[in-house]
Design a protein around this ligand. Structure first.
Ligand SMILES: NC(=O)c1ccc[n+]([C@@H]2O[C@H](COP(=O)([O-])OP(=O)(O)OC[C@H]3O[C@@H](n4cnc5c(N)ncnc54)[C@H](O)[C@@H]3O)[C@@H](O)[C@H]2O)c1
Length: 387
């Protein structure tokens, strides 16, 4: 029976707890830790957690418990320090997205895992979704032909109060705005499905949140050899219509699911009805997808439990988490410095280092409030992508 600890017992921790509770034959949650006085202890009233113990300092938890795996569900600026502490204590780690605000911190986390022979996984729960897995299978099949264009909409809506939570809305503690904290899901999916671009350009703004330093909207263009991908990262989008639309030479496919396969007449204009054979072949491949046993966080937690037991690489490891941070960093560099940024970002790039973003990013507005907690439930985005 694997012994699990949860570090950070705020909003997303409930999703981790629920995830582990889906695997009662494999693991038990034995420890909870949160720096906010009494917050972890309050959870011990939950019927499923009555035999766990609560801590307010990670050092105390790591010293007192014999843990196999911890989930780290704290603000982004704390991820590196807490992850490295757990790895050095001989504990495997599942850390929430974003992995850390800088590549320097990501590399320190990856090195700590390697040096201590530990497993490090970074949350990317949308890879564990039937619709995303289906889209990836179709793209991998090559049936749509060479990709020419992708439109990726990380479109969310958040009101002003969202940035009043103490750690949100500053480059220092949130690490960035919606590009880092919301679009990281779709940037990870883009890398997973289309691979890494060779260059990035972008524009950042804060269009509607006058109580926050960070961007609430960015538009980036990712350049592949011939293809382009547009990525919109937004928390000003009424209706939260998130989508990935991929155009290939022979067909377009997307999430939400839609297939169109055009063909041209002798004058190059599209023929009515397109290429029904191609469209049918794509639909048949999509229909053959076997539903995942668990989607979202429970899907990833199930994989990480297997990795811990079998001492194998998890589906999403530290290198995957780092790749998404590299792309976010490139989008920030392009927007802040007003230039096209080549990938990979070298380790001597100033933005590789922790602190450069904090020093150089524009403060769109000053943060005006810092409340310890916000009332009300958190909602999930369209098609179960949550933040
Ligand atoms: N995967 C997703 O879809 C998803 C959704 C929501 C949030 N998140 C991520 O989860 C993380 C937490 O977000 P949240 O919404 O739960 O925030 P939250 O503020 O609701 O909870 C964070 C908790 O961490 C505690 N904490 C802070 N520093 C700590 C430390 N050093 N040691 C122990 N506890 C500490 C805080 O007191 C708080 O209770 C963020 O990285 C966020 O981006 C991911």
């Amino acid at each position: 029976m694997l012994k699990i600890g949860i570090i950070g017992t705020g909003g997303i921790a409930a999703t981790h707890i629920d995830g582990y509770l889906r695997f009662p034959q494999e693991c038990e949650i034995v420890a909870l830790c949160d720096v906010a006085p009494g917050r972890a202890a309050a959870l011990l009233a939950e019927p499923s957690l009555t035999s766990a113990r609560a801590y307010e300092r990670i050092e105390d938890m790591l010293a007192a418990e014999d843990l196999d795996l911890v989930s780290i569900a704290t603000p982004p600026s704390t991820h590196a320090e807490l992850t490295i502490a757990a790895l050095r204590a001989g504990v495997d780690v599942l850390v929430e997205k974003p992995m850390a605000p800088s590549l320097e911190e990501c590399d320190a986390m990856i090195a700590a895992a390697a040096e201590n022979g530990r497993i490090l996984s970074v949350v990317a729960q949308n890879r564990f979704r039937d619709d995303m897995a289906t889209l990836k299978t179709v793209l991998d099949s090559g049936l749509i032909g060479p990709v020419s264009h992708a439109q990726v909409s990380s479109a969310w809506w958040r009101g002003t109060a969202y940035y009043d939570l103490w750690w949100r809305g500053t480059w220092e503690s949130e690490g960035g705005g919606c590009t880092l904290n919301h679009a990281i899901h779709h940037l990870d999916l883009t890398l997973w499905m289309l691979g890494a671009p060779r260059a990035v350009t972008s524009v950042l703004t804060n269009a509607a949140h006058e109580n926050s330093e960070v961007e609430d909207l960015s538009v980036a263009v990712l350049q592949y050899d011939r293809a382009l991908a547009e990525v919109t990262s937004s928390v000003v989008h009424h209706g939260e219509e998130q989508a990935i639309v991929v155009q290939g030479r022979h067909a377009r496919v997307s999430q939400p699911w839609k297939v169109v396969a055009d063909t041209a007449g002798p004058n190059g204009f599209p023929l009515p009805g397109g290429d029904p054979g191609r469209a049918a072949e794509i639909e048949a491949l999509a229909a053959a997808h076997s539903p995942l046993e668990h989607e979202g966080h429970p899907g990833q937690i199930g994989d990480v439990l297997g990795a811990v037991r079998e001492r194998r690489r998890p589906v999403v490891d530290g290198a995957d988490g780092r790749r998404a941070i590299e792309l976010v960093t490139a989008i920030y560099v392009a927007g802040i410095e007003r230039r096209t940024v080549d990938l990979p970002l070298p380790a001597d790039d100033p933005y590789y280092r922790a602190g450069t973003l904090v020093a150089r990013a524009p403060h769109f507005f000053e943060k005006t409030a810092a409340v310890a907690d916000l009332p009300g439930a958190i909602t999930v985005g369209s098609s179960a992508v949550d933040d």
